[in-house]
Design a protein around this ligand. Structure first.
Ligand SMILES: Nc1ncnc2c1ncn2[C@@H]1O[C@H](COP(=O)(O)OP(=O)(O)O)[C@@H](O)[C@H]1O
Ligand SMILES: [Mg+2]
Length: 325
């Protein structure tokens, strides 16, 4: 499989820390895998092993048809990597950064220039192209970093938390760019801490915790394990609870739960915002006054809770530091 990613039993330890504890992954050619997990789960370490930046203690990996441990140079030639921390030269302009990458990949000056211009436009950076990147906002840097990874249009891409720390507008912009990219047939492994992001971009999601994959499936499959989306209603009058429960049961895909003391009713649904609007209309028609209503979608925490029985715990900042190996 020329564009696929395959990993088997990857183990990587740093002193006492077992960062990877037997990671198995399969990303078929032309698909997107979302590697979803909390801080410290082993996402970056996995990406670093697959992109030849780090040698695993054991296990094997094949990327773009090439054995990562035996032929790292050949792997490097077929992949693009956009790291968790934007790796652009602060003193160069956006345009210079992109041209430099092109030159590093042995493009001719003219071709590198043309490619840089193309990417600057595609990533909405044309206006800022000739400013030093140290004047760029976080979102702009991320976009430039991603553009830099695409200078040579590699068949396999890795993106490590491409939108962490970005505001919603920039996140949306990046999502659009990534979608466009993968519609062109690129195989992508993307790490994220957000279920919503994996949901938007990935065909398949692998959930990682403590250095191994604890669940893999489509977003719908994972959500189904958490009970999926729910409508939550708080009614104003206690005597309306029975009627409200009847209404919700009519829309629900499962049992309606009633929390009497909070006047709250919850029911699993499918159909999202459209269905929510219908529920509101029906409650209104029946004359049921509500204090609050909402659609609750499963978060990474919900997925974790249902898979592991515990909430995704934050590692302390100390263990998150990089040490050079
Ligand atoms: N270079 C390193 N030296 C020591 N420990 C590391 C190093 N890189 C990662 N770790 C540890 O390995 C575990 C996994 O880290 P990482 O792969 O960065 O997780 P994630 O990207 O999911 O947040 C963490 O406990 C982290 O502290
Ligand atoms: Mg990371």
């Amino acid at each position: 499989m020329p564009g696929a990613i395959h990993a088997e039993g990857l183990v990587k330890t740093f002193g006492d820390v077992r960062a990877l504890d037997g990671v198995d992954l399969d990303v078929p050619e032309g698909t997107v895998l979302g590697l979803l997990g909390p801080n410290g789960a082993g996402k970056t370490t996995t990406v670093r092993c697959l992109t030849t930046l780090l040698r695993p203690d054991s296990g094997k990996a094949v990327v773009a048809g090439v054995d990562v441990l035996k032929h790292p140079d050949a792997v490097r030639r077929s992949i693009g990597l956009s790291g968790q921390f934007a790796a652009v030269d602060e003193y160069l302009t956006g345009r210079e950064n992109l041209q430099m990458v092109g030159r590093l990949y042995q493009m001719r000056a003219k071709a590198a220039k043309a490619r840089a211009q193309e990417l600057l436009e595609q990533f909405d950076l044309a206006d800022a192209a000739d400013r030093p990147t140290k004047t760029y906002s976080g979102g702009m840097r991320r976009r430039l970093d991603l553009a830099a990874a695409l200078v040579v249009s590699p068949p396999v891409m890795f993106m490590d938390e491409p939108t962490t720390g970005l505001d919603p507008r920039n996140r949306q912009l990046l999502w659009e760019v990534i979608k466009k990219l993968v519609s062109g047939g690129t195989t992508l492994l993307l790490t994220t801490q957000y279920l919503e992001e994996a949901d938007h971009l990935a065909h398949d999601i692998a959930v990682v915790d403590h250095g191994h994959v604890i669940a893999q499936g489509t977003s719908d499959q994972l959500k189904a394990r958490t009970g999926g989306e729910r409508v939550e209603v708080v009614v104003h009058e206690r005597e309306h609870m029975a009627t409200a429960a009847e209404v919700l049961s009519g829309f629900g895909k499962g049992e309606t739960t009633v929390e009497d003391h909070m006047r709250m009713l919850t029911v699993p649904v499918t159909g999202g915002a459209k269905l929510l609007a219908e529920v509101i209309r029906e409650l209104d028609t029946r004359g049921i006054e509500i204090d609050d209503i909402g659609l609750r979608r499963p978060t990474l925490d919900d997925v974790f809770l249902s898979l592991t029985g515990h909430i995704a715990e934050e590692k302390n900042a100390e263990t998150d530091k990089e040490t050079v190996k």
